[in-house]
Design a binder for this molecule. Structure first.
Ligand code: G
Ligand code: MN
Length: 250
């Protein structure tokens, strides 16, 4: 099944998009995270039908909302086949979703293997109107070259940097550099793994445009998402609660 984790506009705290995350509700082992089964799915070739199913489900999940964007993680195996373009197109068409409502999250490892082919596939995906995000940004070794060569729209700062984010220190300097890079290249930047109000305050001060993490919500079912989005006002701003305590620190 798919769970959805909201991604928030850092300034307004409105849900801009949701990331679709695969979970396997195993009869004996309970709820399994992708790490526990994606390797097996890749070995058995099941990753391709799984990926296609994820695209269809994700598009269906947001089709009934006005402007909610859904992002789906793409596996390297899926990205190796040009058929992904047709699968994305079918998922959009079947759910009458304009391309701009879908975003794909790619990691740089999937660009390593065959740069030329990946670039062509990315170009075709962009032609459908969808957005492309570089996931886990900062963890690889030549992200900058990829940013130049491939048509990304957004960087997702890996949560390892956000985990260490304090008002002073190395993590903030690195994140500021990433944000500067994003601005200079005209890319949106999402901070993943935001867990504390202090981290949110720092990201706000540094003008990171989108945030995601346990502070705002864990991945949730489609039904829980509907409840969240039907709420009359944006969920209570965690910063508003914490502001008095720590704003002087930033
Ligand atoms: O690689 P990717 O960035 O797509 O990873 C998504 C995973 O990160 C999901 O499995 C989700 O449960 C997890 N996740 C989401 N928010 C947080 C967070 O605030 N902290 C931590 N530790 N993990 C998170
Ligand atoms: Mn992701």
């Amino acid at each position: 099944m798919l769970h959805y984790q909201p991604r928030y506009d850092t300034m307004t705290m409105r849900v801009r998009s949701v990331e679709a995350l695969v979970r396997w509700n195993h009869p004996l082992r309970g709820l399994l995270m992708p790490d526990a089964f994606v390797g097996l799915a890749e070995e058995t070739g099941l990753i391709l039908p799984l990926g296609t199913w994820v695209l269809q489900q994700a598009c269906a999940a947001v089709a009934s909302y006005d402007d909610l964007i859904v992002s789906a993680n793409v596996s390297p195996a899926q990205f190796r086949y040009p058929a992904i373009v047709a699968h994305v197109q079918a998922a959009l068409q079947d759910n009458r979703l304009p391309g701009k409502r879908l975003e794909l999250e790619l990691t740089e490892t999937m660009l390593l293997e065959d740069g030329g082919k990946a670039g062509v596939i990315m170009g075709r995906l962009k032609a459908l109107g969808i957005e492309l995000a570089m996931d886990d940004f900062g963890t690889g070794f030549s992200s900058l070259g990829y940013l130049r060569r491939f048509p990304f729209d957004r960087l997702k700062i890996d949560r390892q940097f956000v985990a260490d984010l304090r008002p002073t220190g190395q993590a903030r300097a690195i994140i500021q550099a990433m944000l500067g890079l994003g601005r200079a290249l005209g890319l949106g930047v999402t901070a993943e793994g935001v867990e504390t109000a202090e981290q949110l305050l720092v990201l706000r001060a540094d003008r990171c445009d989108e945030v995601q993490g346990f502070l705002f919500g864990s991945p949730m079912t489609e039904r829980e998402l509907a409840t969240l989005l039907r709420a009359p006002s944006p969920p209570q701003d965690p910063v508003a609660q914490a502001n008095g305590l720590i704003s002087s620190a930033v």
